[in-house]
Structures are given as structure tokens and as C-alpha cells.
Design a protein around this ligand. Sequence first.
Ligand SMILES: Nc1ncnc2c1ncn2[C@@H]1O[C@H](COP(=O)(O)OP(=O)(O)OP(=O)(O)O)[C@@H](O)[C@H]1O
Ligand SMILES: [Mg+2]
Length: 308
Amino acid sequence: MTAAIETHKLTKWYSHRSRGILDVDLVVETGQIFGFLGPNGAGKSTMIRLLLDLIRPTSGSAQVLGLDVHRDRLAIDRRVSYVPGELSLYSELTGRQLLTYLGNLQGGVDAVYRDKLIERLELDPDKRIKSLSRGNKQKVGLVAAFMIRPELLILDEPTAGLDPFIQLEFEHLCEEARTEGRTVFISSHQLPEVEHLCDRVGIIREGRLLAVESIAALKERALRRLEIDFGEPVGVEAFANLPGVRDLTVTDSVLRCTVMGSLDALVKAAARYEVRNLRSIDTSLEEIFMAYYGADDGAAEEVSHAAA
Ligand SMILES: Nc1ncnc2c1ncn2[C@@H]1O[C@H](COP(=O)(O)OP(=O)(O)OP(=O)(O)O)[C@@H](O)[C@H]1O
Ligand SMILES: [Mg+2]
């Protein structure tokens, strides 16, 4: 199947000093919800603008729906919706007028579906856009994006400004799009915002794509802190050098450590004693993620080595 998005060594320098993105190789499969995550200034919007041919790359290439983003731009435009981070809409129009206008540009849309979207996102369509709050403006952009049922939605920080209820409704819309085999590409600087929604995430920092992983794989690598309470004092030697076990301490009858990956070796070693209690504390995905984000290169490296 053709990938929804595919880039090869995609690079953008805005000037010789201003780095946009560097050598990004990314494949986003059709029918996925993909999270593109990175801190401020990482290059998320740059990547998105390149995919939409709003800016031209310094080097490298990009395809969307199997088409060249520059050469086939018109064909792509009809099949892709884009909501930019900073919406600048025709502010004198009402939401309804703008949506009608945009719908007509697309050769008409399913009005029933459009109105359903307006209702679900609780947009007041008869207010002038200039009088809408940031979140409410964002809703106009989202209705416009979803109402044409595009094959690919490219959404630059779509949840910024949405209240939790609307955010949930937005997630349902993304999930429905996926059910219909469509693809959603969402940028965000917060993993928790998208972690339960996305199938895969790409992590970008300082213009470079550091990792692309399924959420499931990220979770598998989560560290677990374990505490085992034995019925009797145990020696630390019995647990030293077990695979995946680190930060091991034993105080009398209580063992504490951190385990990455399978618990098998530790559990088998522990089974030689009476195990009174066992507590496992999952470290959050956010912690793994912050290691990628961290300014300190060492932390990111540690995580990627751990993955290998
Ligand atoms: N028009 C421009 N001219 C020069 N440099 C730019 C321009 N646009 C972006 N940059 C630079 O490119 C880098 C990436 O910016 P980009 O807007 O892609 O980041 P981002 O990940 O979208 O950040 P944010 O989370 O703040 O939206 C930044 O260092 C930024 O200063
Ligand atoms: Mg941005």
C-alpha cells in the first residue's frame, strides 16, 4: 500500500544559520493516527509546511499519498485537509459562511455531516470569526478539515486551546477517520495529549527525527520500579547481574530495583525465597519521552541504546 506520507532526507534551512529540519526520513502508513512530537522550535511546523508545499526544501524530497508534494500539489490539495497552528481566517465572515465558502471550493460537501460536526464540536456557526475565542476559532478549522472527509488530515497542534470535552470529541473524529481507512497526522509538544490516540509517534528535536515508534513499543520499554518484600533477610548477591535489573538495593528483607523489559529473571531469582509482597510501579511514558526531549544528549542516547 502507498504510504500516506514519505520523506527522504528532507531538509530545510531557512537561512545558513536558521535550521528548520535536517535529513528527515519518515514514513507514515495509511490508516494510522500518527503523532509528531517535539518541543517548541523542534521543526514540526516546518515539516508540515514542507509536506503541503507551502515552503520548498533545501534538499531531500517528500511524497504525500504517493504523489510528489510540489509537482502534484493540486491533486494532493483535493485529498488532504490542513489545519495550521495559527489560524488566520476571513474574520468578517461567520463560521457558517466560511464553511459554506470552503465547501463550495471543494465542489460541495455533505451538509448533514458538516452540521453534525458543528454540533459535536459545539461551534456557534453564526458568530463572526473575529469575535470567536482561540479555541472556538480552532473548531471552525477542524470542521472545515473534517467535513470533506479527506484521505489525509494534517493538523498542526490541533488540540491547543480546546477544552477537555471538545478535545475528546476531536479524538473521536480522528478515530472515526481511522476506521474509514483515512490517515491523521497530528503535531503536538505533549505526549499525554496524544498518547492514547496515536498508533505511532515520531519524536523530533532540534530538527532531527530521533525515533519513530508505536506507542505499544514505547510502553514495552517503560521501566518498572519493583519492590519485593521477602519473609527473611536476603543477600544482594542473589540478585546482582540479572538481565534488565538496575539500581538494585537490598535492605534486610526488602529488595528495590528498576527493571527494563521482562521481569522473568528477577521473578525466578525471587522465587527461591518466600515472597510476601511485590509492588510494581510503572514509570510513565512521559519519562521515556522526556529522555528523548531532554537537552542532555546522554539521556536520549541511553533510551535509544536501551531500545537496541
Ligand atoms: N520563517 C522562518 N524563518 C527563519 N527561521 C524559521 C522560520 N520558521 C521557522 N524557523 C526556525 O525553524 C525552527 C523550527 O521551527 P518550527 O516552527 O518548525 O518549530 P515547531 O516545532 O513547529 O515549534 P512550535 O512547537 O513552537 O510550533 C526554529 O528554530 C525556527 O526558529
Ligand atoms: Mg509549530
